[in-house]
Design a binder for this molecule. Structure first.
Ligand code: PMP
Length: 356
């Protein structure tokens, strides 16, 4: 055994929570993994072909600027390419945003419950997390969040649809919120699930980004586009912010495989969005069936639903596991269930109806 003297690590890191990923299902039951909001459909043949083609070039570094992808996505979103910053999943880009804006003594504000990576992103950078509880109907309490802004607030995460509750921030309330927040505070709209939104009153991030220089969008190819395993997400940010994010980011952080898969996915977007539509229909079916079984749940605009089960969270998780389905428990708050293929959803619905 080699000698080990504890090195001087940053003491504050000891208190940072670990990110706990969704559990894996029993072997052969991969379609019953409903714990990580993944896309249940396998990659399209054209996407696999693009990855194969790129695999022959992995002895070379990838294009650090993701040039071809930036151009294609800029055209698709109708934003200049210099506003796009890519990273190893949108978690990585979120981390860059915190690193670029907040350090010790600064505050990062977000709703709670929300995406579990936010506290980690903030605290790893030495910033202080400020959490504002969700409203009783599981939506962001934007009035309370605006009240919580101080002269130390540097960055605000608004997760819409919110992970894990599926609720969205509406256009009118976001407008009021942005009027109250100083324009030098970065407001990040985390739109990881934006392709699943059908509520006509939901805030459209791109429209807000165009009007407010401090609004940054965080998006991903992991969910609707089904590329979770390749790790690619991006920010849409003011060019000055984007330039700083690129500086803070790791060079060559996005593989050529991921870049080409994302390009091929954009080319096959219609087909991918048809799949999203199937999941949206399944979401409605799952929601209605759970309500029929007596569960109370908010309307979800994402590819998952949220059951606030309090102290019965673990028991419900176990009831699903007995039928092979893996869902995501959150302490004694509730359970998040990813919407999968119909057969997988049926397993959860059976477990839920029997358990209730
Ligand atoms: N934001 C939210 C709200 C999420 O739920 C997730 C994934 N669980 C992400 C960002 C990160 O996605 P990725 O890093 O795969 O792009």
């Amino acid at each position: 055994m080699s000698r080990y003297d504890a090195p001087r690590l940053r003491a504050a890191l000891a208190a940072v929570p670990d990110y706990v990923p969704g559990r894996s299902p029993r072997q052969g039951c991969e379609n019953l993994k409903l714990s990580s909001n993944e896309n249940p459909y396998p990659p399209l043949p054209s996407v696999v072909a693009a990855v194969r083609e790129q695999a022959g070039r992995i002895n070379r570094y990838p294009d650090p600027a993701c040039t071809a992808l930036a151009e294609a996505l800029a055209a698709r979103l109708d934003v200049p390419a210099d506003r796009l910053v890519f990273g190893t999943g949108s978690v990585a880009v979120g981390r860059l945003l915190v690193r670029a804006t907040a350090g010790p003594g600064d505050e990062v504000l977000y709703a709670w419950r929300s995406f579990e990576a936010y506290p980690i992103m903030a605290e790893v950078c030495g910033a202080t997390s400020v959490r504002v509880p969700l409203l009783a109907d599981e939506r962001h309490d934007l009035d309370a969040m605006a009240d919580a802004v101080t002269d130390r607030t540097r960055l605000i995460f608004l997760c819409t649809p919110n992970n894990p509750t599926g609720t969205v921030v509406r256009r009118a309330e976001l407008e009021r919120f942005l009027d109250r927040v100083p324009s030098d505070v970065t407001v990040v709209l985390d739109e990881a699930y934006t392709e699943f939104v059908r509520d006509p009153d939901a805030a459209d991030g791109l429209a807000f980004h165009r009007r407010h220089g401090n609004v940054v969008l965080l998006r991903t190819f992991s969910k609707a586009y089904g590329l979770a395993g390749l790790r690619i997400g991006y920010a849409v940010a003011h060019p000055e912010v984007a330039a700083v994010l690129r500086k803070v980011g790791l060079p060559f952080g996005v593989s050529g495989l991921a870049q080409d898969a994302a390009l091929a996915s954009l080319a096959a977007e219609d087909e991918l969005l048809d799949r999203v539509e199937l999941l949206v229909k399944e979401r409605a079916r799952v929601t209605a069936a759970l309500r029929e079984s007596g569960f109370d749940l908010p309307d979800s605009e994402a590819n998952f639903v949220w059951l606030r089960l309090g102290g019965r969270t673990a028991a419900f998780t176990e009831a699903c596991a007995e039928l092979g389905a893996v869902v995501r428990p959150y302490g004694t708050d509730g359970v998040r269930i990813t919407v999968g293929e119909p057969e997988a959803n049926d397993v959860v619905l059976r477990a839920a109806a029997a358990w209730r």
